[in-house]
Design a protein around this ligand. Structure first.
Ligand code: SAH
Ligand code: DHB
Ligand code: MG
Length: 221
């Protein structure tokens, strides 16, 4: 089996289970046309995020790492009418593209995009008591994973679901030489979840159009 098969099977999942979605196609096109890196979640993963929002019954969602807002839009679609999602992005160009995508997708009224370093924005959210969030998706600069998880805990309550993307990285997560800060970030997510007694979690390896990677998922006691 090869990445060609993984991509073909992802296409099969999307074509057999999802309605045609010209809006999301336009969002991905805008992201590529505007030069954003092709690191948005896949459609199948985006749908999973949307389902998790619904399964949790989340009304208050937090995302760290917006890019062009593709994952944000999937999660926004899982929210009830009065739900909202706060999404944090460092890069002003990414934020600008994301804002226009939120308009395009008709979710702008549900999305609060905060521009700046996420560590700072998370601190501000804590100060203004914007939490607790029902579901938190961490998908930004991987070396900060432990910091994001730690701040996420301050913005959580019992039952909060925390998802951390890209924790497998082609299996490099088991490499222990400490040379790659991204791999160390993935390992940091594992050690955080195992050491914080309030968290109960697992990680799932994934293959698909985005290659071989995976996500961690945990619930706050
Ligand atoms: N969740 C998006 C992908 C996010 S890619 C999706 O699936 O569609 C990671 C994003 O994190 C990039 O846009 C990058 O600019 C942003 N980022 C990197 N460092 C950051 C920081 N310190 N604070 C906030 N965002 C950051
Ligand atoms: C990278 C970041 C991501 O969020 C992702 O899903 C894939 C790759 C990266 O920075 O390489
Ligand atoms: Mg990611």
């Amino acid at each position: 089996m090869s990445s060609k098969t993984w991509t073909a099977v992802d296409d099969y999942i999307v074509s057999s289970l999802f309605e045609a979605d010209p809006v999301l196609d336009a969002v991905i096109k805008a992201n590529r046309d505007q030069g954003l890196p092709a690191i948005d979640v896949s459609a199948a993963q985006g749908k999973l995020l949307s389902l998790l929002v619904r399964i949790r019954g989340a009304r208050n969602v937090l995302e760290v790492g917006t890019l062009g807002g593709y994952s944000t839009i999937w999660m926004a679609r899982g929210l009830p009418a009065d739900g909202r999602i706060v999404t944090l992005e460092l890069d002003p160009h990414h934020a600008k593209v994301a804002r226009s995508n939120f308009e395009r997708a008709g979710v702008a009224d549900k999305v609060d995009l905060r521009l700046g370093p996420a560590l700072q924005s998370l601190g501000a959210l804590d100060s203004e008591k914007a939490g607790p969030f029902d579901l938190i998706f961490i998908d930004a600069d991987k070396p900060n994973n432990a910091n994001y998880l730690s701040l996420a805990m301050r913005l959580s309550c019992s039952g909060t679901v925390i998802i951390c993307d890209n924790v497998i990285r082609d299996g490099e997560v088991i490499r222990q030489d400490g040379r790659d800060p991204y791999v160390e970030g993935a390992r940091a997510a594992f050690s955080f979840i195992s050491s914080d007694k309030r968290l109960d979690g697992t990680a799932i390896q994934t293959v698909g159009a985005k290659g071989y990677d995976g996500f961690a998922i945990a619930i706050v006691d």
